[in-house]
Write a protein of this length. Structure first.
Length: 978
């Protein structure tokens, strides 16, 4: 006879009229019969109104069952409560706890709470101790433990079972919500097994993989608060959900073809005719029993309650319809069409990456002539055919996060120089632009025309895997697809079915849809490797290549950055014991480009997903959605806000309006100071440090445009000051100069001639813009002479653009960073030791020291100032002397990095500072990311880099939030001492 559960839930009983093995609901205080555990019906895109538990065997917090007897002496037993904080919900933690308890012969309970997971275990002292140790050492793959507290309790007499109890939530939780996780090997195995019920099922998942953040409404994490709540479980799924031995035990998104989300296909003709629902597709497939009120007629924005549980079961022929949807979607791709694909965090546009016509069509429709396109391949072997992969690349590609990884294209003959003819200067390398382009085997040049690397990912959802399985059979070559965000330029990615059909009508030829709601938009993460394997101090061990973010989103959000407690100095990157503190929540509003938000909660900082550029109402609405969703999920409300200095940023206006509405403080932090605070906070450096912040533009506190800055910052005070910079130069036409870098080149050339660095006739000689932009150049010359609309800047990014234009690599840009990307690509193609130095080889760096151009440094208005015009003059003279553009580009990178390192070393020695940090968008340049740490270490400095956030504006909101947190703390101290 099995004992009873005294803490609520199900247990297995025999006797009292029950057969052995029956599930019996506990009705003791704290428990409830299963019939009372039904949740309010919650609608979703399927049009279904279901509940988590539709019957007694449903999954509404169904507790675990123990089937062992405990015959130890009650006098010997102890009882201990554990509370685990961190990423412990939605990751198989409760089943893991159940297994440990079972193996140790322990009784008790486990349940989700707003603090994490609470466990009470009872048994022999040595087994309870062993349980606590195993909790920390044998975590499930996706779990992250940030704190584990425990306390002893009085033993419960007569307890003989271990149960999973109903979740208990309250405001102010400290739970970490799990990011979305790519499909695991076990689920992929299920899908490829013809005998498995989930064979080719596009929504297969388990406790180790599947959607999390994008389907979760609130915490504690249970099916009732996800978009799966409207899919009641069939008996088979309910049995798996309730079986502690099954890896789907308490997997909240669990589903199968009989009870889970449905898949259907819509072509352009059907979209125009309004036949976009699953019922139309089923009818077209000749399947009976179509549901007229399901499918995308019910979208994320306007879902409503309807239907009873009996109507929710899968209709006959569902698997046939799904197979037909995949077949038709695959055929669109093989025929050169563009498919709108409903992914994990929004829609993607897909086409055959080997089909030049399809690539050209996609670029034309998206008005994206040159920006690299992300790829998805079926497996590593396919990727190896066109990329040189290191073990670190392969580890990232196959990681649970499944990000886009920037991988070098396979080496071959060097590509020709960028063409300098033409009006726009946007031509690719001279010569052929097809699959035979040297160095780019198997891939058309149109995939990534500007660089020697490409963003690649592997299938990250079961739906991707099913589509690729079909393509593997029917495609003539191993399948490679373009997978790019489904949006018009500058708009957020599409989220719901109706939205996608309306907004993508001019972009897509067909749509592959399903009826699982996406609750929040999340784009793909983009990661590169900082190749530092040889950039070492010979006295120490070599660094391994370190990943760093270009874009942080799917797979990583909402994972927090842990902050040192208030008052802690460097080296204290440990969360407080409870995972929380009394520190108020601060909202970091981010910048305008690559916008993100940040919310602090105790000693955790949550940086939201990549939003994009805040340049229109649609993106601002997305920004507000993310803010509202994260505040709800974290159960926080900001007590203060921090925004950028720029008054016209939409993020600034949002912060101003919210501060006024909520009557809370608002601080404005200079753009590059926020960059500095971000990298220092990531590395828990609160003492004095120098920060090199190199990027495109940011409004300075003197009203000019900054971008090549050396700042001295101390976070614990908090205070900062500007101690060095690039010398300023003009941006003729303001924003027009950013779009047309040749204007900046003209301005720097004139400045160099005026300073005597070169002759005026040298500046104009063989200028790449002389022919195609002659009339505009005369107008720019007049602007420079009269100083009309020529704002000054110290921007490092704009200096890169000017050099790229002067070398004829990029006169005008079609996407942000294009000119600098082409300049970096040219530098990597330099010959001999110079090329080796660009990749960070120490022996080559030593050999090319004499090739570093000297850059003037002077003290101007109290600031160490590097001579931008003087360095530009070196570029001009080298070009006139016939030096190859690749070698000039390499020497420019090397000389600029050496100059910044020298300036930082000089400032450090003067101020007695031993730490230098690197931040800003220029640090996404692989060459600068290799050279600067090496050269700064040679100056005797400890170097700090970003490792959890992008160095560009996507990580800036963390710095703002941390600054506000310190300002609040400083204000509290001042009041206390007054």
């Amino acid at each position: 006879m099995w004992g009873s559960c005294t803490h609520g839930g199900f247990f297995c009983a025999a006797g009292n009229g029950n057969a052995a093995g029956d599930f019996v609901p506990c009705t003791a205080k704290g428990g409830a019969p299963a019939a009372l555990l039904r949740q309010r019906p919650m609608p979703c895109e399927s049009g279904r109104a279901g509940s988590v538990a539709e019957n007694a065997s449903g999954p509404a917090d169904s507790p675990g069952l123990v089937r062992y007897s405990c015959r130890m002496s009650e006098k010997q037993m102890i009882r201990r409560a554990f509370v685990a904080s961190g990423q412990v919900q939605g990751v198989g933690f409760r089943p893991f706890v159940y297994r440990l308890a079972h193996e140790g012969g322990l009784t008790g309970t486990v349940g989700n709470t707003s603090d994490g997971v609470r466990m009470e275990v009872q048994g022999m002292p040595e087994e309870v101790e062993r349980f606590g140790m195993r909790l920390q050492k044998e975590l499930p793959p996706l779990a992250r433990l940030t704190a584990l507290r425990h306390e002893d309790m009085a033993a419960v007499p007569g307890e003989a079972a271990f149960a999973i109890v109903a979740s208990d939530g309250h405001a102010g939780h400290s739970v970490l919500v799990s990011p979305d996780v790519g499909i695991c090997a076990d689920c992929l195995s299920d899908m490829t097994d013809p005998e498995n019920p989930r064979h080719n099922y596009a929504f297969t998942n388990c406790t180790n993989c599947g959607p999390r953040y994008t389907i979760t409404r609130s915490i504690p994490y249970d099916r009732a608060v996800t978009s799966m709540s409207c899919f009641p479980l069939c008996p088979r799924c309910a049995a798996e959900y309730g079986d502690p031995a099954d890896r789907r035990f308490h997997a909240q998104p669990i589903a199968c073809p009989d009870c889970g989300p449905r898949l259907w296909f819509v072509d352009r003709a059907a979209a125009v005719a309004g036949r976009t629902g699953v019922e139309h597709f089923r009818a077209d497939c000749g399947l009976a029993g179509a549901e007229a009120d399901s499918g995308p007629d019910v979208d994320n924005a306007d879902a409503h309650d309807r239907a009873d549980a009996a109507r929710q079961r899968r209709l006959p022929g569902a698997e046939t319809a799904a197979r037909e949807a995949i077949r038709r979607a695959g055929r669109v791709l093989l025929d050169g069409g563009i498919l709108a694909f409903k992914g994990l965090g929004g829609f993607q546009l897909a086409c055959d990456a080997r089909n030049e016509r399809a690539l050209a069509l996609l670029r034309e429709r998206k008005n994206r002539p040159h920006k690299p396109l992300a790829l998805m391949a079926d497996c590593l072997e396919t990727v190896r055919a066109f990329c040189d992969l290191s073990p670190e690349h392969e580890a990232l590609l196959t990681s649970p996060e499944k990000p886009i990884v920037l991988c070098p294209l396979r080496t071959g003959k060097a590509r020709g120089p960028y063409a300098t003819n033409g009006v726009d200067g946007l031509n690719g390398p001279a010569g052929k632009a097809d699959a035979d382009t040297p160095g780019r085997p198997e891939l058309p040049f149109l995939v990534a025309p500007d660089a020697g690397q490409v963003g690649v990912m592997l299938p990250n959802t079961p739906l991707h895997s099913v589509l690729f399985a079909w393509l593997q059979v029917h495609a003539p070559l191993p399948p490679v697809l373009v997978m790019t965000s489904a949006n018009a330029g500058g708009e957020p990615i599409c989220l719901g079915n109706r939205e996608a059909i309306a907004r993508l009508a001019g972009l897509a030829d067909a749509w592959l849809l399903h009826d699982r709601d996406i609750l929040v938009r999340v784009d793909d993460s983009v990661i590169s490797l900082r190749p530092r394997a040889d950039v070492v101090d010979e006295s120490g061990p070599p660094h391994r290549a370190a990943p760093f973010f270009y874009r942080r989103a799917r797979g990583y959000v909402p994972r927090p950055v842990f902050l040192a407690d208030d008052g802690e100095k460097a080296g204290g990157r440990q969360p407080c014991a409870s995972g929380r503190s009394d520190a108020a929540c601060v909202f970091g509003a981010g910048a305008e480009l690559k916008a993100t938000i940040c919310l602090t909660r105790g000693n955790e900082a949550f940086v939201g997903q990549h939003i994009g550029d805040l340049e229109n109402p649609a993106t601002l609405a997305f920004y507000e959605e993310v803010a509202a969703h994260m505040e709800k999920l974290l159960e926080v409300r900001p007590s203060a806000l921090v925004c950028d200095l720029h008054p016209d940023f939409l993020s600034t206006r949002y912060a101003e309006a919210r501060a006024a509405r909520d009557s809370i403080p608002l601080w404005r932090l200079q753009h590059h100071a926020a960059h500095a605070a971000s990298v220092l906070a990531e590395n828990a450096c609160f003492g004095p440090a120098l920060a090199l912040c190199l990027d495109g533009t940011g409004l300075g506190d003197d009203g000019t445009i900054w971008g090549g800055e050396l700042l001295l910052m101390q976070l614990d005070t908090p205070e900062w000051q500007r101690v060095g910079c690039l010398s300023s130069f003009a941006l003729p036409g303001g924003d027009a100069a950013v779009r047309e870098p040749w204007r900046i080149a003209m301005a720097l050339g004139r400045q160099a001639a005026d300073a005597g660095h070169c002759l005026p006739e040298d500046i104009e000689a063989a200028a790449p813009w002389a022919d195609g932009h002659a009339a505009a150049a005369r107008a720019v010359e007049e602007m420079l002479v009269r100083q009309i609309n020529c704002p000054a800047t110290s921007s490092c990014g704009r200096l890169f653009d000017a050099v790229s234009a002067r070398l004829g690599l990029c006169l005008c840009i079609t996407y942000e960073g294009q000119a600098a990307i082409r300049l970096e690509d040219a530098a990597l193609r330099a010959g001999g030791a110079l090329g080796g130095a660009m990749t960070g080889r120490v022996e080559d760096l030593r050999r090319v020291a004499e090739l570093i151009w000297p850059v003037g440094m002077a003290l101007r208005d109290g600031l160490l100032t590097l001579d931008s015009a003087g360095l530009y003059a070196r570029v001009v003279q080298a070009a006139l002397g016939g030096m190859p553009a690749e070698d000039i580009a390499a020497r420019f990178h090397l000389s600029l990095a050496a100059a910044f390192a020298s300036m930082t070393g000089r400032a450090a020695r003067k101020r007695g500072v031993g730490v230098a940090a690197l931040s800003g968008g220029v640090m996404q340049n692989g060459i600068m990311a290799r050279l600067l740490p090496f050269l700064l270490e040679r100056q005797g400095l400890k170097v700090l880099c970003h490792h959890e956030l992008p160095p560009g504006d996507g990580g800036l909101s963390l710095g703002q939030a941390v600054w506000g947190r310190r300002m609040l703390a400083a204000g509290t101290r001042m009041k206390a001492g007054a």
